[in-house]
Design a protein around this ligand. Structure first.
Ligand SMILES: C[S@@+](CC[C@H](N)C(=O)[O-])C[C@H]1O[C@@H](n2cnc3c(N)ncnc32)[C@H](O)[C@@H]1O
Length: 354
């Protein structure tokens, strides 16, 4: 937005309200990984294999160097850091390119990193667009972490990156992905961003240790959930063309709470009739709470549909350890990650429950 001073985050466009933020911290994504939960059993197993043939690690977004400290301690390898700020490391703009000639592997060191996260739209909302616009110009990526990941994968055969969980459902190329582990706890000292650890191997290689590339093994912490393809397959079901489902219908007979509430009690749910959301508040753009209808069904059939849809949703949640749903904000009061049901999946659940 032109004219807004850097460091003013828009919190309400209607009321034209802003709050002060730290522009350097936000534009550089300087939220440090102080917790060690990212180095769990599957990530450790992957790195163990990788460090059999490579003897150094590089963090191109090194910050305070927490990740490198842990890797050096656990695997006894040499470590190098780069950063755009501070005086601890050689200066480099790693969102432009990453020099990686050192180390022993064919393409230098193994990259272990936690890059900056910043969505293009939030850069604008947070008033730091001027600081990061050049990275997004001419790029198809909508978040700095994707640009960072792209540069890391161009610079190294092996990359282990702590990135937002939304990566899983994104269209980012996952052909080199071998392992992905969801971190449920709070990984960062000062943000609740839901994160995963993603481990990549070289292009053209089928397997790294026990892990296959291209159909990544997915873990919730250290618990195996299955493969990425199995989770995606849960999202594709019978498509029943011809049956009309109307979303955001103020007279709809089905309420849909499409997000888990902060209280940890009211989960995502299809509801017969009215629920806590006032029908008068529905807009065409409503995405979190709404009413919908399947006009050709009788009231009795709608009631039955609601029961079945909720049962189906719970099965999908259990089978995918919730990964089929996008994360929504941070954790609820009970410490569980909140989730959001997108309407494409809601539509598929209804179709499968008809
Ligand atoms: C999320 S922090 C991660 C720090 C470290 N990996 C850790 O977990 O403790 C991101 C770091 O990237 C640095 N950074 C941001 N933009 C950068 C850029 N374009 N090139 C190099 N470093 C950058 C920031 O200064 C910050 O130290």
């Amino acid at each position: 937005m032109p004219g807004r001073p850097i460091g003013q985050m828009l919190v309400s466009a209607d009321r034209d309200r802003f709050v002060e933020i730290d522009p350097d911290k936000v534009s550089r994504g300087s939220f440090y990984t102080t917790d060690e939960a990212w180095l769990n059993a599957p990530v450790r197993a992957f790195l163990f294999d990788v460090f059999l043939t490579n003897t150094s690690a590089l963090d191109p977004f090194a910050g305070d160097g927490h990740l490198l400290d842990l890797v050096r301690r656990e695997f006894g390898v040499a470590t190098f850091g780069l950063d755009i700020a501070g005086d601890k490391w050689a200066r480099n703009d790693s969102l432009v390119s990453i020099p990686n000639a050192g180390g022993s592997g064919s393409r230098g060191s193994v990259i272990v990193t936690n890059p900056p996260y910043l969505a293009n739209h939030s850069a604008k909302r947070k008033g730091v667009n001027d600081l990061v616009a050049t990275y997004f110009d001419g790029s198809d990526y909508d978040n700095l972490y994707k640009i960072a990941l792209d540069k890391c994968l161009a610079a190294a055969d092996f990359v282990v990156a702590v990135i937002p969980e939304t990566f899983l459902l994104s269209s980012f190329d996952k052909s080199r992905l071998a392992v992905v582990s969801v971190i449920e706890g709070d990984l960062f000292s000062d943000t609740e961003a839901p994160a995963v650890v993603a481990c990549f191997g070289p292009a053209g290689v089928k397997q790294v240790g026990e892990f296959k590339l291209g159909n990544a093994s997915v873990f919730n912490g250290s618990d195996s959930i299955g493969t990425l393809n199995e989770i995606f397959e849960l999202r594709t079901g019978r498509a029943r063309s011809g049956i009309q489902i109307v979303f955001n219908d103020p007279h709809g007979r089905i309420g849909l709470r499409a997000v888990d509430s902060h209280d940890g009690i009211r989960r995502i749910e299809f509801i017969y009739g009215d629920f806590e959301y006032k029908r008068t508040r529905i807009k065409v753009s409503s995405r979190l709470l709404t009413y919908l209808d399947v006009p050709e069904l009788s009231d009795a059939q709608i009631q039955e549909l609601v029961v079945r849809a909720n049962a189906h949703l719970e099965i999908l949640r259990a089978k995918s350890s919730d990964l089929i749903l996008a994360p929504f904000k941070g954790n609820d009061k009970k410490g569980n990650r909140r989730r959001r049901l997108d309407y494409a999946l809601a539509r598929q659940i209804i179709n499968n429950s008809l």
